[in-house]
Ligand binder design. Structure first.
Ligand code: NAD
Ligand code: ZN
Length: 364
């Protein structure tokens, strides 16, 4: 199935389905001006999926060169950006050529950024291989790297010309990464589609079993919602901020745990979603039982749902609040949260009272 991201002059399709990579040539051909692509991936993905992808390209008469980078967040840095750009130049990639990012959010963000700056912008295709990348990072054109000053502080808006989300690739994903990506799926239901959240609740067993029809639906609905928001507000002047539901808390928790294996991004988001509902309930915006409903679903999925679920020590409530104030989304030092007036009804709230946030952090 296809979800269209209809941006003026930069429209593209997100193709979603089981086994799409075996037919990659069918989708790529119309974007190719010569039958050759430069593929960048990471070592984990290369070991599992590159041989089949290369074979399918060859079958369709498309030549390919590949750069295999180390796996992990550490690859989203200046060193690997330089390495990628230099490699693409050495491959004589020109503006008419196509770069393919085959991997999770790390590869997608890095290779998207490399494509944005190479020759002032070359076209690139996202082939997301993690659930997080299929439902979130491969769509919407945010690309970038981390620096010593913080995460995602250097980057560019650069939309792909195509996203190929093959849900079969998720079978090789470690369980923990799969569930972490699922945190972003829950986010879409909570931020804008109560019926989707209802369906997630009743479909937990099928989602846990990675049932193909369930996977199709969660990737499609997530991409539709992200596409719709990005079409309204590509560069985050307004509504795109809704995609940050749970993220003000999540970024503080990730900072507190050193962006390490202690807490993956989607795990932090899941806890952040519960805390955003705690805060909304405390401010009388959403029903008192909504936070427990959010936590019950996360627990049914075997996910972390509260601060106490994070291994090791955390800063106290004041310490976490200080980390939030440093977040790049804090506008002029004021705390911005995405809150909810019920499940599926989120909105941007500036100037949230600090004492309510502290209470939530003490009890969450
Ligand atoms: P990731 O790319 O590091 O992938 C997670 C792990 O899974 C890695 O070890 C990877 O090698 C491995 N892997 C990937 N696909 C696999 C597969 N099919 N089978 C087995 N192993 C596989 O991490 P991620 O969670 O995909 O992405 C996180 C990154 O995404 C962060 O840097 C975050 O900032 C970024 N992000 C960007 C956006 C955006 O809009 N651009 C949105 C959300 C997150
Ligand atoms: Zn996120």
């Amino acid at each position: 199935m296809t979800v269209r991201v209809d941006l003026p002059g930069r429209a593209y399709d997100i193709e979603i389905g089981e086994g799409l990579l075996d037919r990659a040539g069918t989708f790529l051909t119309s974007h190719l001006r010569r039958p050759k692509v430069a593929v960048v991936t990471d070592a984990n993905v290369a070991a599992r999926h590159w041989p089949a992808f290369r074979e399918s390209l060859t079958r369709d008469g498309i030549e390919s060169e590949v750069l295999v980078l180390p796996a992990g967040e550490g690859t989203k840095d200046w060193t690997h950006l330089v390495r990628t750009v230099e490699w693409l130049l050495a491959q004589k990639v020109e503006r008419r050529d196509l770069v393919v990012a085959l991997g999770g959010g790390v590869i997608g963000d890095l290779v998207g950024f490399a494509s944005a700056i190479l020759r002032r912008g070359v076209r690139f295709v996202q082939v997301p291989t993690t659930l997080l990348a299929q439902v979130d990072s491969s769509v919407g054109g945010k690309t970038g790297i981390n620096t010593a000053q913080g995460k995602n502080l250097v980057g560019a808006f650069h939309q792909p010309v195509l996203v190929l989300a093959d849900t079969a690739l998720l079978r090789t994903l470690p369980r923990r990464d799969y569930l972490s990506g699922y945190g972003e799926v829950v986010k879409y239901g909570l931020l804008g589609d109560a019926a989707f959240f209802d369906w997630l609740e009743t479909s937990a067993p099928a989602i846990l079993a990675q049932d193909p029809a369930a996977l199709d639906r969660i990737v499609r609905r997530s991409c539709e919602m992200k596409a719709e928001i990005v079409m309204r507000d590509e560069t985050e002047e307004g509504d795109r901020a809704l995609l940050n539901l749970g993220h003000t808390f999540a970024h503080a928790l990730e900072a507190a745990t050193g962006y390490s294996d202690r807490l993956l991004h989607g795990e932090a988001v899941a806890i952040g979603l519960a805390l955003a509902f705690d805060l909304s309930a405390r401010l009388g915006l959403t029903a008192q039982e909504d936070p427990s409903r959010v936590r019950a679903h996360l627990r049914a999925m075997g996910m972390k749902a509260a601060l106490a679920d994070i291994p090791g020590d955390l800063p106290d409530a004041e310490g976490l609040l200080a980390l939030m104030a440093q977040d790049k989304k804090a506008v002029a030092g004021r705390l911005r949260f995405i809150l909810a007036r019920g499940i599926g009804r989120s909105f941007v709230a500036d100037d949230v009272p600090t004492d309510a946030v502290i209470e939530v952090l003490r009890n969450g």
